[in-house]
Design a protein around this ligand. Structure first.
Ligand code: NDP
Length: 248
């Protein structure tokens, strides 16, 4: 159900879920909500202080004790992801869910002015690192009963828009990755989908639209029904979908 949270507070009981970019914005809220519905969450992000704050909030609310993985996806190597996967396998024996949420937004810029440095950074964090992290985790995801992988897309990952440059390219690439993986794993017990959260009140949104009235925006909490649905067994037959949480 995309419009309301499940009544069953155990909807994610016994699930181990890794969230990238779990320290702020939508990822932070997803980690809190997943823990509220019974999951053991693994908080991955680059700012340890923010991850610790989310950890404290989860424990204070009575959730299962989370794990923290401090990692800068701009600097991390494939080996770092493989080591991380081995640690998760050792600690938990499986991974039930992966929410690929971390992303960065560069300056909005006409294509003529996109620099190589900005292109590399945005494509690395939003796409390359997201892919190799996911690839490294496949063996441990396959060990779960109903594993779910969620990628995070955007409106500009489906229809290009002036000045969204390398951020838009990275989201188109993410959609392609999701579709490729969904087709490859469609016959297995693993599902792969994408979420486009739509305009949401976070720091990233404020950077892109500094002047707007933020009170009109949805909050990360408003989006949680979709994020919980795609992680819960309720969606176990859903594969290869790019779900727009705020359709026009
Ligand atoms: P925020 O900028 O609020 O949060 C992004 C999170 O990703 C932060 O916790 C950030 O860490 C983390 N992150 C960024 N770079 C790295 C890195 N190199 N390594 C590890 N973690 C990193 O963004 P939102 O919550 O708004 O966005 C979440 C997702 O939703 C993104 O994929 C975004 O593209 C997508 N989206 C958002 C929309 C919106 O309106 N907000 C609309 C459409 C899509 P830190 O806090 O340390 O910087």
């Amino acid at each position: 159900n995309l419009s309301s949270l499940p009544n069953d507070k155990n909807a994610l009981q016994n699930k181990v879920i890794l969230v990238t970019g779990a320290g702020d914005g939508i990822g932070r809220q997803a980690a809190l909500t997943y823990a509220e519905y019974g999951a053991e969450v693994i908080l991955l992000g680059r700012t340890v202080k923010k991850l610790e704050a989310v950890y404290d909030e989860i424990v204070k609310a009575g959730g299962k004790e989370p794990a923290i993985i401090p990692l800068d996806m701009n600097g991390a190597t494939v080996k770092n992801y493989q080591d991380m996967a081995a640690t998760i396998e050792m600690e938990f024996g499986r991974l039930d869910g992966l929410l690929n949420n971390a992303s960065i937004l560069a300056c909005l810029n006409p294509v003529e002015f996109i620099t190589e440095d900005s292109f590399d950074k945005v494509m690395k964090v939003n796409f390359k690192a997201t892919f190799f992290l996911t690839q490294a985790l496949l063996p441990v995801l396959k060990k779960a009963e109903n594993p779910s992988i969620i990628f995070t897309s955007s409106g500009v990952g489906k229809k290009g828009r002036a000045f969204w440059g390398e951020y838009a390219f990275s989201k188109f690439a993410t959609e392609g990755l999701m579709e490729t993986m969904a087709d490859e794993y469609g016959h297995t017990h693993m599902r792969v989908n994408a979420i486009n959260p739509g305009a949401t009140k976070t720091k990233m949104r404020a950077k892109a639209y500094p002047g707007e009235d933020v009170e009109k925006l949805k909050t990360p909490l408003d989006l949680m029904p979709g994020y919980v649905y795609l992680m819960s067994d309720e969606s176990k037959e859903v594969n290869g979908q790019s779900i727009d949480l705020q359709p026009k």
